[in-house]
Ligand binder design. Structure first.
Ligand code: SAM
Length: 292
């Protein structure tokens, strides 16, 4: 008898993975947390029944949500990660020696602790000297720093769960305004913005909200086999820079490029070339939403 984990991605469609064994289960104060060992993708973190990351394909998401905005900024000294409790984004951000401080604000300590225990490949950077980890609601953190004006960030990465539960407010216009206010005068931010096959309405709404807050806004994609539909999107809001261009001298200072397995400097522009049905979702709203 085989055990299978199925994520119901829509009411009528899902993804299923054969399980070797269940490694961990907990009802945290925020979500149901499961860690399972899958036959095809290795250890898999699941929150509220949704695949968050797997050891086999995590590099795609973590490289593409991190290096596209970081290479677009000429001097990303201070980086904020909202969510990201598995540590994968933190690991990628700290590859950039130009980053002086990488602050991660994750609401659920259980995700951090379980990732330390079962995902050592992702959670290696939690103890990095340039890393700072806060267990706090990301929106609350932005409000706190807005009140004290004590810090601003060059790049902000929103690596949150889907717009349900604690992450629901991280997909609203007020949150994007708080992000804008926390960024330096030439800052830019990126958020994971789900898939165009099943969440076209969400992408359309979020694109509109971000484009109303930021002077420049763009969408790019990557292929993530264990995420709904496999075609994943990321939306960038930028105060100044065009993220399709690598800032001068940034690649010279990136000897780690050859260690990466998905991001390539050519993808800095190519990832923003959208399939027609995707650009149609954001046509006239985002800078690269044109279906010529
Ligand atoms: N890559 C995954 C995806 O695209 O769905 C996300 C992975 S990461 C584990 C998502 C994290 O966001 C979770 O650990 C969750 O606890 C955290 N999160 C959700 N809402 C949050 C909030 N309001 N503030 C901070 N972290 C939050």
């Amino acid at each position: 008898m085989h055990l299978w984990f199925t994520e119901e991605q829509t009411a009528g469609f899902g993804i299923t993975a054969k399980i070797k064994k269940t490694l961990y289960h907990e009802q945290t104060p925020y979500q149901v947390l499961d860690m399972v060992e899958t036959e095809t993708f290795g250890p898999m973190l699941v929150l509220d029944g949704m695949v968050m990351t797997t050891v086999r394909d995590e590099f795609v998401y973590h490289e593409m949500i991190s290096h596209i905005p970081l290479f677009a900024h000429p001097n990303p000294r201070r980086v904020l990660i909202i969510g990201g409790g598995d540590g994968g984004v933190l690991r990628e951000v700290l590859r950039h020696s130009v980053v002086e401080r990488a602050v991660m604000v994750e609401i659920d300590s259980a995700v951090v602790e379980v990732s330390k225990a079962y995902l050592p490949q992702l959670s290696s950077a939690f103890t990095h000297p340039r890393a700072e980890v806060h267990i706090l609601d990301g929106f609350r953190y932005l409000s706190d720093i807005a009140e004290t004006r004590r810090v601003s960030y060059d790049v902000i990465i929103v690596d949150s769960t889907e717009p349900v539960g604690p992450a629901e407010k991280l997909f609203e216009r007020g949150f994007y305004q708080a992000i804008f206010d926390a960024l330096s005068e030439d800052g830019l931010f990126v958020a994971q913005t789900d898939n165009p096959w099943f969440k076209g309405d969400l992408i359309r709404r979020v694109s509109r909200d971000i484009a109303q807050v930021f002077p420049r806004a763009f969408l790019y994609t990557a292929n993530i086999p264990t995420y709904p539909s496999g075609l994943w999107t990321f939306t960038i809001g930028s105060k100044v820079y065009d993220p399709r261009t690598i800032a001068p001298h940034r690649v010279d200072r990136a000897p780690f490029l050859k260690e990466l397995r998905y991001y390539h400097p050519a993808l800095q522009e190519a990832a923003f070339v959208l399939p027609r049905f995707v650009s149609a979702l954001v046509e006239g709203v985002l800078e690269n939403g044109t279906t010529i």
